[in-house]
Every structure is written in structure tokens, then in C-alpha cells.
Design a protein around this ligand. Structure first.
Ligand code: AMP
Length: 309
């Protein structure tokens, strides 16, 4: 079953305690598609770039099975640009620059042969555009997942609340969950956010793993203790890509399968942070990923026998 991803395809400039990059390839949809391609060979993308975006990266996505008919290239315009700086703990960052450029007037056109796509991942993007995409799909996908960030909570809160009513699953980090719900307890936040629309909620907690909420059920996935986190940019998107790649490939949206998808997402994201930008995602093999998934299984697996007094 195929997966449609909508989101930014962009240039980033990143600063971490380990170094600094010039403009490199980034964007939520780029990370999501690369990550999902480890599980899913039938993908589509709806996004926009300027004529400054390298064809080489578009070719790379195509080589991984991503249909790029829905990727608009705007002549004479510039691609979205984001720049961020990580603090010493590598868990928090400041956005230094957000230049919307082509995203400012993005009209997400859906090619005819994208209709009927079973799984939709709305990557980080203007909430209005996310809503438009849902409205333009003639048949509702089996699962609509969405990501967002504090930037949109700050400047487009009402639009965001409208989009939330239309999706099945929201994937955000702990800081964003607290900002959206206006409470500090994540369990309480999960209830408040699910009352806004999504039946399922995933809260990512960086180096502390991720939580999946549905009805009265909670599942916790660990994060792999990694000695050298080099650049966390795109980890959240790689997680979402791995998760949705797995879900769409297995075509099973039960809570039990979502637990497995959470591990698939966590394993994929754990590679992303090992090098700057998309580099690590581009070079890992199926074997690398399989080994890492096994490490996750072992990390969370234990037997316990005990006797109470
Ligand atoms: P993550 O580290 O997973 O939160 O995602 C980082 C990616 O999100 C970067 O590659 C950016 O290009 C992209 N990004 C940052 N801000 C925005 C925004 N306001 N809208 C869309 N994409 C963004």
C-alpha cells in the first residue's frame, strides 16, 4: 500500500557543538521519504522547491521509489530555508532563520495518479496547506498522520486546530505537546490533545524515547543510548518516516502493529543523528537497519520473576 508524504523540501544550515554546515539539503518531507524508503518502495511526494534545488537530490528520491510528479519546481524562486543552532545538551535548539520563500504561496496540487493513496503523512508545513491536501484527496486514506511544530502554534494556532480535527494521528515532541495542551503532565496533555481530534498521539522525547497513546492504552519505546549524537536535525521526521513506512508496508493500523512501527521509527531515527543532515539516512543498508531494530528489541525485552512477601 502506498504512502503519500507532504512537507518541506528545503535547505538547512545547522550549528551543533560539533560543527557547523553551510546550506545543506533538508526539509521534513525529504527526511520522511528517505526514512520511509527503508520499508516502503511505493511512495509519492507533494512539495515545492525553487530552481535552486539540486536535481541530484530529486533523482536520489526517485531511485528510492519516490514518485516526484507532485514535487513542484518554481522557476526564478528560492527553496524554503531553515537554520538552527543546538544547545550543548543536543536536545534543545533555537531556530535562527525561517525563510518561507516558495512555501509562502504553496498550492499543493495532487496529481491524478496520487488519488487513492492509502496512507498520508503530513509533514511539518503550514496547517492550511495540510488541510487543503486532505480536502483534495477524493478518497480518505486509511490513516492520516501529521507532524507540526511550535512555529505554527505561534503564528497559525487557529488553522492548526482546524487541521487537528481532520487527522487520525499526531506526532509531536514533548515540548510541543506541552505548548499545544498548555499543561506540563504529558499524560494529561495526551488527553487534551486527543480531544482536539487525533485518536492516536505519539509524543517523542528525544534521547528518552517515544510514547504512543490511544484510548486508555500507552506504549513506551526506548531510544537507543548513542554515544555520539552529531546532529539531531530530522530525527523527528525520520521517526515519522520510519513509522509510516512500516505501517503502510504492513498495511495494518492496529495498536499492536503501531507498537512495532514505533520501534521501526525509533531505529530509523537513531541513524539520522549520527551525521549531519540526510547523510547517514542515505548510506545505511537494510542490514544496518535490521541489526539496529534487533538492538531495540533487546533493549526493551526482559523477563521478570518475583515473589511478593
Ligand atoms: P526535525 O529536526 O525533525 O524537527 O525537522 C527538521 C527539518 O524541518 C529541517 O530539515 C527543516 O528544513 C524543516 N523545518 C524547519 N522549520 C520548518 C517549518 N516552519 N515548516 C516546514 N519545515 C520546517
Amino acid at each position: 500500500m502506498s504512502l503519500l508524504t507532504v512537507g518541506s523540501v528545503a535547505f538547512d544550515a545547522i550549528e551543533t557543538p560539533f560543527g557547523k554546515t553551510d546550506k545543506i539539503i533538508g526539509g521534513a518531507a525529504t527526511y520522511i521519504s528517505l526514512a520511509a524508503s527503508m520499508y516502503q518502495k511505493e511512495q509519492k511526494i507533494v512539495a515545492v522547491v525553487g530552481d535552486d534545488f539540486p536535481q541530484e537530490m530529486i533523482n536520489k528520491l526517485q531511485n528510492r521509489g519516490v514518485d516526484t510528479e507532485g514535487l513542484q519546481i518554481k522557476q526564478g524562486e528560492k527553496s524554503f530555508f531553515w537554520s538552527g543552532k543546538y544547545h550543548n545538551d543536543m536536545n534543545t535548539r533555537d531556530t535562527l532563520i525561517t525563510e518561507l520563500n516558495v512555501l509562502e504561496n504553496f498550492d499543493p496540487l495532487i496529481p491524478d495518479n496520487y488519488q487513492g493513496t492509502e496512507y498520508l503523512m503530513l509533514g511539518n508545513l503550514t496547517p492550511k496547506v495540510q488541510t487543503t491536501v486532505i480536502g483534495r484527496l477524493k478518497q480518505r486514506p486509511k490513516l492520516i498522520a501529521m507532524d507540526t511544530m511550535n512555529f505554527w502554534m505561534d503564528i497559525a494556532y487557529d488553522d492548526l486546530r482546524e487541521t487537528l480535527k481532520l487527522v487520525d494521528l499526531l506526532i509531536i515532541n514533548d515540548e510541543e505537546a506541552r505548548q499545544l495542551s498548555k499543561v506540563s503532565s504529558l499524560v494529561t496533555a495526551s488527553r487534551i490533545i486527543r480531544d482536539m481530534g487525533p485518536k492516536y498521539l505519539i509524543i517523542k522525547k528525544g534521547e528518552h524515547g517515544a510514547l504512543l497513546f490511544h484510548e486508555d492504552k500507552i506504549f513506551v519505546a526506548p531510544a537507543l543510548p548513542i554515544e555520539e549524537v552529531f546532529d539531531p536535525t530530522g530525527a523527528g521526521d525520520s521517526f515519522a518516516g520510519g513509522f509510516m513506512g512500516y505501517i503502510s508496508q504492513t498495511n495494518d493500523i492496529s495498536f499492536e502493529n503501531m507498537k512495532r512501527a514505533l520501534i521501526a521509527g525509533s531505529a530509523t531515527a537513531s541513524f539520522c543523528v549520527e551525521k549531519f543532515g540526510t547523510q547517514r539516512l542515505e548510506e545505511i543498508s537494510q542490514e544496518d537497519l535490521q541489526k539496529r531494530i534487533q538492538q531495540f528489541v533487546e533493549l526493551a525485552n526482559f523477563e521478570m520473576t518475583y515473589q511478593l512477601a
